[in-house]
Design a protein around this ligand. Structure first.
Ligand code: SF4
Length: 85
C-alpha cells in the first residue's frame, strides 16, 4: 500500500457491479464498510462522504478484496491512494 496513510482523511469507493458479497471487507473493517440488504458492500457514511482516518483494517480490506472492488481516495484531493493504478 502506498500513500499518506494515517494523516489524511480517506473515502472508500465500492464498485458494486464487481462486488460478489464475500463480506470479507465488512469483517476486516466493520467501522468503515458494511453489507447492504442486497449483500453487497457499501462504505459507512463518513467513509463515503467527508472522509475519515485510514485504519489498518480498511487498508487490509482494500488490499484483499478478491475481486478488487474497493478503492481508497483522498477525501480532500480526490486522487486515488490504493490500489495503485
Ligand atoms: S471484500 Fe470485496 S467482494 Fe467482498 S464484500 Fe467487500 S467489496 Fe465485496
Amino acid at each position: 500500500m502506498t500513500g499518506p496513510a494515517g494523516t489524511e482523511p480517506v473515502v472508500v469507493r465500492v464498485d458494486r457491479d464487481r462486488c460478489i458479497g464475500s463480506g470479507m471487507c465488512a469483517l476486516s473493517a466493520p467501522g468503515s464498510l458494511a453489507l447492504d440488504a442486497d449483500g453487497r458492500a457499501r462504505p459507512v457514511a463518513e467513509y463515503a462522504d467527508a472522509g475519515a482516518e485510514l485504519t489498518d483494517g480498511l487498508a487490509e480490506a482494500v488490499e484483499y478484496c478478491p475481486v478488487e472492488a474497493l478503492a481508497l481516495h483522498s477525501a480532500r484531493g480526490g486522487y486515488r491512494i490504493a490500489p495503485a493504478e
